[in-house]
Design a protein around this ligand. Structure first.
Ligand code: 5GP
Ligand code: MG
Length: 188
């Protein structure tokens, strides 16, 4: 495991994002919605640097990989959403990889009637983009490596690391029986 972003770098990056976001939404009603589960550490640090009023909520995005559903189909659980009508919506996610998660979440939240929808991601991985949408605020650009820590997991582990590390190929195993979640649903 190789450290990619230290606690100090994360701290500076999150402060920079908080200042961008504060300036952008100055004087506007704001709802911040984190995408479970990977965003929670970033979300908690980010909102504590926003010195303003805001609504907070969460969505869970699950991609169903079962034979009965088309691959990558995204199901969004909206039970923890705040009221979005009359609010500008800022989505918070851990990492932009293909962009399909963010794209799917945005499409499904637009009908809830926010004044606008933008997004912030802690990390953007290079060379994997499929979706047309771009995140509006990006903490760090990273190479195409599998990363863990600061909310990001590998098979349910490492979310509580206070830094971001990349796992080497030898540390990534595809043995299906070791998967912590043996159901067909994969939560990001
Ligand atoms: P996308 O839909 O943009 O391809 O993927 C976004 C989701 O995939 C992220 O929210 C995250 O949960 C997961 N993901 C993508 N790349 C990585 C990675 O390098 N490490 C981890 N732990 N999760 C990733
Ligand atoms: Mg995620």
């Amino acid at each position: 495991m190789k450290t990619l972003l230290t606690q100090h770098q994360l701290d500076e990056g999150v402060s920079r994002l908080a200042s961008e976001i504060s300036h952008y939404y100055r004087g506007q009603p704001l709802a911040i919605v984190g995408v479970l589960t990977g965003s929670i550490v970033f979300l908690a640090d980010l909102i504590r640097r926003l010195n303003r009023s805001l609504r907070l909520g969460l969505v869970q995005a699950s991609s169903y990989r079962g034979a009965a559903t088309s691959p990558g189909e995204l199901v969004i659980h909206t039970g923890l959403l705040p009221e979005l009508k009359g609010q500008h919506l800022l989505l918070v996610d851990d990492i932009y990889d293909t962009g399909l998660t963010l794209d799917g979440v945005i499409r499904q939240l637009i009908p809830h009637g926010p004044l606008s929808v933008r997004s912030v991601v802690l990390l953007r991985k290079h060379g994997r983009k499929i979706a047309a949408i771009e995140p509006d605020h990006v903490g760090f650009e990273i190479p195409n490596e599998f990363v863990v820590g600061y909310g990001l997991d590998y098979r349910g582990a490492y979310r509580n690391l206070p830094y971001v590390a990349s796992l080497e190929a030898a540390e990534l195993s595809d043995t299906p029986e070791l998967m912590p979640d043996s159901s067909l649903r994969g939560s990001t």
